[in-house]
Design a protein around this ligand. Structure first.
Ligand code: CUA
Length: 347
């Protein structure tokens, strides 16, 4: 017995160290809540944790007491009395847990109700489409489509409709709301509210293919004023560049050789009307690219355009765009630089 404990003690201790890495205010900590949904979920976790602790301690104390009290005494040859069944005890340990569970079920059911009931008059409705491997955000009634960076106004109730036409994904913003699965061809919904202005991490939480771990997003909780300014900016048509380098990138983007417009939408352009890939109308205004995994800068953007499969294996662009599939259409280094300049000019 003691040998076994000795053997596993280092593993148990190292587990404690690993747990300590997270911290209660880590970037994706579910304990550092910034909205009513995450708060409700964290409160429920603590309630069940402490209720479970009471049971654990009571049972362990009883076991220790019984070990000591009824242990075999030194030199004793007495055989303990043999019994079978004890109606009183059995009724007690059936009824007590039942009462305990009934009490715990009250806050649990109330939380399920609160989280599962969408707001009757949401301030903003966002249709979220899960793709392999990025999120599309379509602001219903506001005529805005963007990707991977969700802006919401602080303190407002947001209804999120979840759609997928491919595989299962799951929408998760640890500090604002727990996971809700996106069920293909069926849809799902959740509601969220951000109580503090700031940037929050989100990610797909259901295995959806080889780049599942790279399917992330950000939620930016804006003041009311900033949110309205952001929406009106996103509604505007795309910038058409004058700068020679940006302009040459624009020409490559719109050319049939590169064919970018077959998959990407640039609002106001007649040639870029694709809906398979992210809407790039205001790509340059996003802080991050490639579904929240890279900072949006020239170096990362050029690397992405050169070889997206190196950064996000299995993405559709690498597998379908002619510039990656047809060696005769490969982009030259100067074309890559021009494209990156154009895309970042799309503020
Ligand atoms: Cu989408 Cu995992």
């Amino acid at each position: 017995m003691f040998d076994t404990i000795k053997k596993f003690l280092p593993i148990l201790l190292s587990l404690l160290f690993v747990i300590a890495c997270g911290g209660f205010d880590g970037p994706q900590s579910t304990f550092d809540t910034h909205g009513p949904v995450a708060k409700e979920q964290a409160d429920l976790f603590y309630l069940i944790l402490w209720a479970g602790m009471v049971v654990l301690v009571a049972v362990e104390l009883a076991i220790i007491y019984i070990y000591i009290k009824f242990r075999r005494k030194k030199n004793s040859t007495r055989i303990p009395s043999q019994t079978h069944g004890n109606t009183k005890l059995e009724i007690m340990w059936t009824i007590l847990p039942a009462i305990f569970l009934a009490i715990v079920s009250v806050p649990v059911l109330s939380a399920i109700w609160t989280i599962g009931t969408p707001p009757k008059n949401p301030d903003v409705v966002v249709n979220v489409h899960g793709h392999q491997y990025w999120f599309e955000f379509e602001y219903q009634d506001l005529d805005v489509v963007t990707a991977n960076e969700l802006h919401i106004p602080v303190g407002k109730k947001i209804l999120i409709n979840l759609y997928s036409n491919n595989v299962l994904h799951s929408f998760w913003i640890p500090k604002i709301a727990g996971k809700t699965d996106i069920i293909p061809n069926q849809g799902n919904y959740m509601w969220i509210q951000g109580d503090d202005v700031g940037m929050y991490y989100g990610q797909c939480a259901e295995f959806c293919g080889e780049s599942h771990a790279l399917m992330r997003f950000r939620v930016v909780v804006d003041t009311d004023e900033d949110f309205r300014a952001w929406i009106s900016h996103q509604k505007s048509e795309a910038f058409v560049p004058n700068d020679p380098l940006e302009k040459s990138g624009y020409d490559i983007f719109m050319s049939s050789k590169a064919g970018c417009g077959g998959c990407h939408m640039i609002n106001g352009s007649k040639k870029a009307k694709g809906k398979i890939g992210p809407n790039l109308t205001h790509f340059g205004s996003r802080q991050h690219m490639a579904a929240g995994i890279l900072e949006n800068n020239q170096v990362n953007l050029r690397n992405w355009i050169r070889n997206p499969d190196m950064i996000k294996p299995g993405n559709i662009m690498s597998g379908q765009a002619a510039v990656y599939m047809d060696p005769n259409k490969s982009l030259t280094e100067s074309e890559v630089i021009a494209l990156a300049s154009y895309l970042q000019s799309l503020k």
